[in-house]
Design a protein around this ligand. Structure first.
Ligand code: HEC
Ligand code: HEC
Ligand code: HEC
Ligand code: HEC
Ligand code: HEC
Length: 390
C-alpha cells in the first residue's frame, strides 16, 4: 500500500474514540495524555510542548466556537483538536476547568499541559490504543508499535495543511495549499519532504514562520550598493512551499535613505485577504514567493547618500489586523468570556513580529559592493511596525 492510500485510512477525521485501553496494559500506558507519553518519551514531549501543535486550542479558536453552528465548530476542530475525545470535551463543556492529568507530576517534566492539548501525541500516533510510528517495534511497554511508511511521507501532514481542491478556494487556489505547493517544488523532486525540514533528526518542535531562525533558512538575501542606489533581492531558496504558505503572515521589505528617511520603498510579500460585507472573504493580491522565485526592490540614491534595509516578518498579521477585530466587533454585548479570549488572542497576535535582517549600505565607492547584513532582534510589535511607515 502506498503512503497516500495509508493516509486516507489512518487520517479518518475526527479520529474515532479509542475506546478502553486493553486490560493487560500497564497503567502508565493507558493514558492518552501527552504528559503520560512524556514520562518515557521525554525529548519528544519537551519539544512538542514548545510547538504550536501543542497550542492549537488557544483563545483565538475558543473565543469563536460558541457563536458557530455545531457543524462549523466540528469542522474547525478536525485540525485543531482532531481526536473525538478532545472534541467531545471542547464542544460540551468549553469553559469547564481543565482536569488534572492522570499522571503524577514529576519534577523532571515541564508542567503537564492542560487537556485537550491540541494536535497531540495520540492524535498523530495512536489509533484504537495502538501506537503507530515510522518503524515496526515488536516489543514495547505499550505492546507492538505498527510501522507505517506514511510517517516519513509528506502525505502524513496533508490532512491538516492542505484543503482538498475545490474547497475553501479563493481565485481558484485553496486557502491552504501547502502540500500542492510542495509537490510542485524542486524539493519534492529531490525527495525532500515536510519531515526533512520540519522534523530534522526526529525533532518534534515543528518550527515555522513564527521562528526567526527557521524563516532565515527559507530566504537568500542579496543587498547591494549600486551606482544608482540600493538593490535588495530576496529569493525563496529554502522553503518547500510559498513563503509564506498561508494567507495570515506578512513579510515586509523596506529600503530607505539615511539622509532623507521619507525617501523609501516598501514591498509586501503576502496573500492579501479582506472581509467584504457582501462576498465574505476575498483575495486582493498574491505576492508570495513560490519556491525559487525572487523579488527585487530598488531605491535610487545619489552617490553621496547612504541607506538602510530591513526585512520585517509579522506571522499573524491577518489575524491581528482583520480577523480578530472583525470577530470582536460582532460579539454580543454580554459575551464577556469570549471577549476576553479574543482580546487575549488579538494581543498575542501583535507580539509575534520580528526583524529578520537589517542592512547598511555606504556611499557609492566606484564599484558595486555587497552591503553589511545582520540578524534583527525581536519586535517591534505589529502595531508599532505599522506605525513606523504610515
Ligand atoms: C512506560 C513508558 C512508555 C509510555 C508511557 C509510552 N511509551 Fe512509547 N515507547 C516506550 C518504549 C520503551 C518504546 C520502544 C523504544 C525503542 O524501541 O526505541 C516506545 C516506542 C514508541 C514508539 C515507536 C518509536 C520508534 O522509535 O519507532 C512510538 C511512536 C511511541 N512509543 C509513542 C508513544 C505515545 C504516543 C505514548 C503516549 C500516548 C507513549 N508512547 C507512551 C515507552 C513508553
Ligand atoms: C503532528 C504529528 C505528530 C505529533 C503531534 C507527535 N508526533 Fe511523534 N512523530 C511524528 C512523525 C511524522 C514521526 C516520524 C518522524 C520521522 O521519521 O522523520 C514521529 C516520530 C516519533 C517517535 C519515533 C522516534 C523519533 O523521534 O523519530 C516517537 C517516539 C514519537 N514520535 C513520540 C511522540 C510523542 C511522545 C509525542 C507527544 C509529546 C509526539 N510524538 C507527537 C508525528 C508527530
Ligand atoms: C484543514 C485544517 C484546518 C481547519 C479545518 C481549520 N484550521 Fe485553523 N489553522 C490551521 C493551521 C494549519 C493553522 C496555522 C497556520 C495559520 O496561521 O494559518 C491555523 C491557524 C488558526 C488560528 C491562529 C492560531 C491560533 O490557534 O490562534 C486560528 C484562530 C484558527 N486557525 C481558527 C480556526 C477556526 C475558527 C476554524 C474553523 C472555521 C479553523 N481554524 C479551521 C488549520 C486548520
Ligand atoms: C491533525 C492536524 C495536523 C497535522 C496532522 C499536522 N499539523 Fe501542523 N499544524 C496544525 C495546526 C492546527 C497548526 C496551527 C496551530 C496553531 O497555531 O493554532 C499547525 C501548525 C504547524 C506549524 C507551525 C507553523 C508556524 O506558523 O510557525 C508547522 C511548521 C507545522 N504545523 C508542520 C507540520 C508538519 C511538518 C506535519 C506533518 C509531520 C504537520 N504539521 C501535521 C495541524 C496539523
Ligand atoms: C525544503 C524545506 C521545507 C519543506 C520541504 C517544507 N517546509 Fe514548511 N517551511 C520551511 C521553512 C524554511 C519555513 C519558514 C518560512 C515560511 O514560512 O515559508 C516553513 C514554514 C512552514 C509553515 C509556517 C506557515 C507559513 O505561512 O509559512 C508551515 C505550516 C509549514 N512550513 C508546513 C509545511 C508542510 C506541511 C510541508 C510539506 C507539505 C512543508 N512545510 C515542507 C521549510 C520547508
Amino acid at each position: 500500500m502506498g503512503a497516500a492510500a495509508d493516509g486516507d485510512a489512518y487520517w479518518e477525521l475526527p479520529i474515532p474514540a479509542q475506546g478502553d485501553a486493553p486490560a493487560e496494559a500497564v497503567d502508565l500506558t493507558k493514558s492518552l495524555n501527552p504528559g503520560a507519553c512524556g514520562l518515557c518519551h521525554l525529548r519528544q514531549y519537551r519539544e512538542w510542548r514548545s510547538s504550536l501543535h501543542a497550542r492549537a486550542v488557544g483563545p483565538g479558536l475558543l473565543g469563536q466556537l460558541p457563536y458557530m453552528d455545531i457543524d462549523d465548530a466540528e469542522y474547525c476542530l478536525t485540525c485543531h483538536a482532531p481526536r473525538a475525545e478532545q472534541q467531545a470535551r471542547i464542544l460540551t463543556e468549553p469553559d469547564a476547568p481543565q482536569p488534572e492529568p492522570a499522571i503524577p507530576e514529576l519534577s523532571l517534566l515541564p508542567r503537564a499541559p492542560p487537556e485537550p492539548g491540541g494536535v497531540d501525541c495520540a492524535g498523530c500516533h495512536v489509533r484504537a490504543h495502538r501506537r503507530h510510528g515510522p518503524e515496526h517495534k515488536p516489543l514495547t511497554p505499550h505492546g507492538p508499535v505498527t510501522g507505517l511508511a506514511l510517517f516519513e511521507a509528506s502525505d502524513f501532514c496533508a490532512p491538516c495543511h492542505q484543503f482538498p481542491p475545490g474547497t475553501g478556494e479563493l481565485l481558484g487556489t485553496p486557502l491552504q495549499d501547502t502540500h500542492r505547493e510542495w509537490a510542485a517544488s524542486r524539493h519534492a523532486a529531490a525527495g525532500i519532504g515536510c519531515q526533512d525540514c520540519h522534523m530534522p533528526g526526529g525533532s518534534h518542535t515543528f518550527r515555522g514562520i513564527h521562528d526567526p531562525e527557521t524563516t532565515r533558512r527559507a530566504l537568500r538575501i542579496d543587498l547591494t550598493r549600486t551606482a544608482q542606489g540600493i538593490r535588495l533581492r530576496v529569493s525563496n531558496t529554502g522553503a518547500g512551499h510559498a513563503v509564506p504558505t498561508y494567507a495570515t503572515p506578512r513579510v515586509r521589505l523596506q529600503v530607505r535613505s539615511v539622509q532623507d528617511p521619507m525617501h523609501q520603498v516598501e514591498h509586501i510579500i503576502q496573500r492579501t485577504l479582506a472581509l467584504d460585507p457582501d462576498q465574505g472573504l476575498v483575495q486582493q493580491s498574491d505576492t508570495r514567493l513560490f519556491p525559487d522565485q525572487s523579488v527585487t526592490l530598488d531605491l535610487r540614491l545619489t552617490p553621496a547618500e547612504t541607506g538602510t534595509a530591513r526585512i520585517l516578518v509579522e506571522p499573524d498579521a491577518y489575524y491581528h489586523a482583520v480577523a480578530y477585530p472583525a470577530l470582536l466587533a460582532e460579539l454580543p454585548e454580554d459575551a464577556h468570556h469570549q471577549r476576553r479570549q479574543l482580546r487575549q488572542a488579538q494581543a498575542d497576535s501583535g507580539t509575534s513580529a520580528y526583524v529578520l535582517f537589517e542592512g547598511d549600505c555606504g556611499v557609492w565607492s566606484g564599484q558595486q559592493a555587497r552591503c553589511r547584513l545582520r540578524e534583527g532582534g525581536l519586535g517591534p510589535t505589529t502595531d508599532a511596525a505599522s506605525r513606523v511607515d504610515r
